[in-house]
Design a protein around this ligand. Structure first.
Ligand SMILES: Nc1ncnc2c1ncn2[C@@H]1O[C@H](COP(=O)(O)OP(=O)(O)O)[C@@H](O)[C@H]1O
Ligand SMILES: [Mg+2]
Length: 224
């Protein structure tokens, strides 16, 4: 089913960030939005994740409008966000970073939340870091922790804000393959990036956000 975004708009006072954007992403696909700094990529992801309020429009995930959902646990099972600077809690260990929110939301029993965290850390090859603090990790390791944390509630849609902006090329390509694997497992993925090369590598489709509109033609020309 995937994600259907219908005519969403967002302004901050006089600044119209985007207007009547519509797009669809089928399950298991990576939808990439490329755009210059300040074009509204982060705002778009924050709105989809209910961290900012949209002015109008609908966001359907697996047929349900997430803008009408009241329970954070339900929203978290539909959509998650990996922040650009990871936003890990600095005073918590890796394991605590993964489990604090699911425990707070009583998403499952404490044991199954713990097991889920270990399973994710294993699959991302950072299980040995589970008792470390964010400051003890490299950028790529922090990115993996952020991905694991975003997957804890099994969201149908996972959004990435500039996932490679702080990483070297080798680490970036590892993160690319992690993102592609998530999509292969059926997750619907949105990646925003200012980096066209990375976007071309990762995206099943790639759009450009410019002046509040999503353009396909122009980017297709660049990609060809
Ligand atoms: N909370 C906010 N209040 C007011 N303006 C904002 C806020 N967040 C973002 N903006 C403005 O929205 C525009 C888009 O910003 P952003 O989404 O961060 O762009 P990008 O991620 O593409 O660099 C910018 O003009 C920015 O200044
Ligand atoms: Mg941004």
């Amino acid at each position: 089913m995937g994600l259907v975004v219908e005519k969403i708009s967002k302004s901050f006072g006089e600044i119209k960030v985007f207007e009547k954007l519509s797009f669809e992403v089928p399950s298991g696909k990576v939808f990439c939005i490329q755009g210059k700094s300040g074009e509204g990529k982060t705002t778009l992801l924050r709105c989809l994740n209910r961290l900012e309020q949209l002015d109008e429009g609908r966001v359907l995930i697996d047929g349900e409008n997430i803008l009408e959902m009241k329970e954070n646990r339900k929203i978290g099972s539909k959509i998650g966000l990996v922040f650009q600077n990871y936003n890990l809690f600095p005073h918590l260990t890796v394991m605590e970073n993964l489990t604090i929110m699911p425990n707070h939301l009583k998403a499952a029993s404490k044991d199954s939340i713990l097991n889920k965290a270990i399973e994710l850390l294993k699959s991302l090859e950072i299980e040995d870091k589970k008792d470390m603090y964010p400051y003890q990790l490299s950028g790529g390791q922090k990115q993996r922790v952020a991905i694991a944390r975003a997957c804890m509630l099994n969201p149908s849609v996972l959004c990435f804000d500039e996932p490679t902006s702080a990483l070297d090329n080798e680490t970036s390509s590892k993160i690319s393959s992690i993102i592609k694997n998530l999509a292969n497992e059926g997750m619907t993925v949105i990646v925003v990036t200012h980096d066209l090369k990375f976007g071309k590598d990762i995206g099943d489709s790639i759009f450009k956000l410019e002046n509040g509109k999503l353009l396909i033609n122009e980017i297709t020309k660049i990609v060809d």
